[in-house]
Design a protein around this ligand. Structure first.
Ligand SMILES: Nc1ncnc2c1ncn2[C@@H]1O[C@H](COP(=O)(O)OP(=O)(O)OP(=O)(O)O)[C@@H](O)[C@H]1O
Ligand SMILES: [Mg+2]
Length: 349
């Protein structure tokens, strides 16, 4: 199975979509084959990759056999059909996209209905088929594209769509801003991940002999990424620091469930901090207009002088960020595979 990394936090607007977009481009620039999946019904990630005409065409496509968006792939389950084959977009060599769809929010009810049915004694096939539909589609897409990693973008909710998205997830990276909302987001996120993981384990245990492969639902947190910009750019640096310095301890306590103090007060020195993400200011609208990652902006896109220097700097920042992500996913996989006798004392995650 191809490893699935989801960027998730209960706080919205913290740069999840932007990070998935840039990490995906960077992975392909580093010769990885990557599949990006947009499981946020707001579909912002899809809109970052595809122009409006392409989007209008995808979303107009009502043919029941087409799998051009995630919703079209899972929609047959709302009737008597099964999970469909995805038809992927290919924004670049080695970079594949399974587009999102505003219609996906209509699938939430079925996910909620079938969740308790996974604990029942009849009709388990259908209940598990629905609950694992995202995972089935994602793995089909990964097989088709030959991806070595899948990146998933989700919205900030703790509802049934995201529960199924997380069941399809091996690794979770947590984007944060340095503010009160992100701290509260972490406080909700940690217990929710633990509950979803346990509830899924119970359900898997209820189906002794499954008729098809099921995901493990590890959803293992591999660290957080902190945005250097706040909600309001005018916010004084002191306010930023005050909240930023609470994040290492909050992440340890709420997400990892560790009682031991965090290794640092400063996120930059914290072992769980994957990266601090700069505010790229006027490069952001330039990149959105050019439909390119910030680090690929050229003079032709309007990135001249100091903009060109900043774009080159962004390339180094995102390369380091992606290398760090990969290192953490490899380390987490290795730790999970280590025989129990050789494993360090079990952590609470
Ligand atoms: N590093 C950055 N520098 C400047 N602006 C950024 C940066 N990252 C994200 N933004 C901007 O911040 C806004 C929110 O970012 P984004 O959409 O990625 O957040 P999100 O967490 O996916 O939001 P949602 O929870 O609504 O899905 C967007 O307008 C985006 O362009
Ligand atoms: Mg988003």
């Amino acid at each position: 199975m191809t490893p699935v990394l989801t960027f998730f936090n209960n706080k919205g607007g913290v740069g999840k979509t932007s990070l998935v977009y840039h990490a995906a481009w960077m992975l392909s620039a580093l010769d990885h084959t990557v599949l990006v999946v947009d499981l946020d019904p707001q579909a912002n990630l899809t809109a970052a990759f595809l122009d409006e005409d392409t989007l209008a065409d995808l979303w107009n496509d009502q043919a029941s056999s087409s799998g051009r968006t995630i919703h079209q792939c899972v929609a047959p389950l709302t009737k008597v059909g099964d999970v469909g084959d995805p038809e992927l977009q290919r924004p670049a060599d080695g970079l594949y996209l399974l587009p999102g769809d505003l219609a996906l929010s209509g699938f939430e009810d079925l996910l909620s209905t079938e969740w308790p049915n996974c604990l029942g004694s009849t009709n388990l096939y259908r209940a598990f088929r629905v609950i694992t539909a995202f995972w089935q589609v994602v793995q089909k897409g990964a097989g088709q594209s030959g991806a070595d990693i899948v990146l998933v973008d989700v919205g900030p909710s703790l509802g049934a769509i995201n529960r199924s998205a997380l069941i399809a997830t091996d690794f979770v990276a947590v984007p944060l801003a340095a503010d009160l909302f992100s701290r509260q987001g972490l406080r909700n996120l940690g217990p929710t991940l633990r509950r979803w993981r346990d509830d899924w384990k119970k359900r898997r245990g209820n189906w002794a002999e499954p008729d098809f492969d099921l995901p493990t639902g590890d959803m293992r947190p591999i660290g957080y990424l902190i945005q250097q910009h706040g909600v309001r750019l005018s916010r004084p640096v002191k306010a930023y620091d005050r909240w930023a310095r609470q994040m290492p301890a909050e992440y340890s306590r709420s997400v990892l469930g560790e009682e031991t103090p965090a290794t640092a007060l400063d996120p930059q020195a914290d072992e769980h901090c994957i990266a601090t993400v700069k505010h790229y200011r006027s490069l952001v609208p330039l990149a959105q207009d050019a439909r390119k990652p910030i680090f690929s902006l050229s003079a032709g896109d309007g990135a001249l002088g100091s903009h060109a220097v900043a774009a080159r700097g962004a390339f180094h920042d995102f390369r380091a960020l992606v290398e760090n992500l990969l290192q953490r996913t490899h380390a987490a996989s290795a730790a999970a595979e280590r025989p129990r006798s050789a494993a360090p004392p079990a952590g609470p995650v």
